[in-house]
Design a protein around this ligand. Sequence first.
Ligand code: ADP
Ligand code: MG
Length: 419
Amino acid sequence: MTGPQTPRQPARRTGPDDAARAQELSRRFAEVYGHAPDGVWRAPGRVNLIGEHTDYNDGFVLPFAIDRSALVAVRLRRAAEQERPAGQDEDATGRHVVDLASTYAPDGGGLSRARFRIPGLAPGSVGGWGAYPAGVVHVLAGLDGVEVPGFELLLDSTVPVGAGLSSSHAVEVATVVALNDLLDLGLDGPEMARLTQRAENEFVGAPTGIMDQSASLRGRAGAALFLDCRSQAAELVPLPLGRHGLTVLVIDTRVAHSHADGGYGARRASCERGAAALGAASLRDVPEQADLTGLDEETARRVRHVLSENRRVLDTVARLRAGDVRGIGELLVASHASMRDDYEISCPELDLAVDTALAAGAVGARMTGGGFGGSAIALVPEVRADLVRGAVVEAFAELGHRAPEVFVVVPGEGAGRVR
Ligand code: ADP
Ligand code: MG
C-alpha cells in the first residue's frame, strides 16, 4: 500500500470570525480572572471523510479540520504569584494551581469551572472536562526538562459536544498549542499529536488513536489530511467541494456515544486478536487478500472491515487527486455498509441518516467518528442541501427519534495562535 508523501507546513491563517471571537474571549477572561490573558489559541474539531477505526491499526485515514473550533485564552501564573507569603493557602492561587473555566455549561447558565494542582496529578485525580487539559499538563510535565507552571484558562468552543466531531480533542489540542507557545517547547504537529494521544489514553482513559488530534493540528483550509497512522507521514489532499458544486453536511443524530465505554475497546481487542492470529504485529501488515478462514466468524468480519477500509482510503485519495470528487461518493457508501455489517458500530439513527440522505440526492454518506451514535456525513450537491436536510429531519420525526442537528462543514485551518 502506498502512503502519503512527506509533509509540508505552510503558514497558519485564521479567519476574521476567529479574531472577533478571540477578542470577545479575552474580554471575558478579564472579567473572570481580573487581568488580560497572555494570548488566545484555536483548535478545530474534525470530520473524518473516510478511514474509520483504521488509526489504531496503524492504517490510513482521511479527515479534515472543520470550521468549528475550541478557543482558549490562557495566562501563565507569574513569578510574583509563585512566592506565597508564609501562612497563605497555596491552594488558592499558588504557582502550581491550574484554574479552568468553560462557557459550555450543560446545566444552563454560568461557566463550568474546575481547578487542580499540578504536583500529584494522576489518572483519575481530575474528573469532568478538566481531565482533558489536565491530561495534557500531565504528559507535558512528564517530559524531560519541562516544568509547567500553574495557569488560568478560559475555553469557548463551537464544536458540538459528544457529536463525534472530536470536541474533546479540540480542547486537548487548544491546550497543548497554547502551552507549547507559552513555554517555548518547540514541539511540532506530530509530536503534539502523540502527546495528546497519550493524554487521552493514559489520563482520560479512552483508548483512542492518533487521527483526531492530527486533523486538528495539521489540517488546512480546503484540504483533507491523508495520514499514515503508523509513520505519521501526512499529505494534504485538495478537497475543492465548491468547484464541484458539492458540500458536506453533518447530521448529528444526538445519540450519545462514549469511547470510554466498552464497544470501542472491544473492537480494538478484536483487531489485536485478529492480527496476532494472522501472525502480524498489526492489521496494517496483513495483506488485503489474506485468508481469514482460520479466524472465528466475528473476528474475520472485524478484520475485513479494517483491510477493506484502508483500501477505500487509498481509492478515495486516488479519485480526489484525479479531480473526481463526486466519484468518492460510492466509497463513502461502501464504508458505511462495512461499519454497519462487518464492524457493527452503527445504530438505527445513523443508518436512517445515511439512507435518507442518499434517497434525497446525496452522492455519498456514512457515519463518521467512533460510532455507536454521534454523527453521519453526507456529500451533497449544494442545490440539494436543503432538500436532504428536510428529508432527514422529517424521517427522524416520523420514527419518533430526537430531532437531529444538520449543518454544513467546510474544511478549515488547523490549530494555532489567534492573538
Ligand atoms: P466528542 O469528542 O465526540 O465531542 P467526547 O465524549 O469524546 O465527544 O468528548 C466530549 C467531552 O469533552 C465533554 O463531555 C466534555 O468533558 C469535553 N468538552 C468538549 N467541549 C467542551 C467545552 N466546550 N467545555 C467543556 N468541556 C468540553
Ligand atoms: Mg472525543
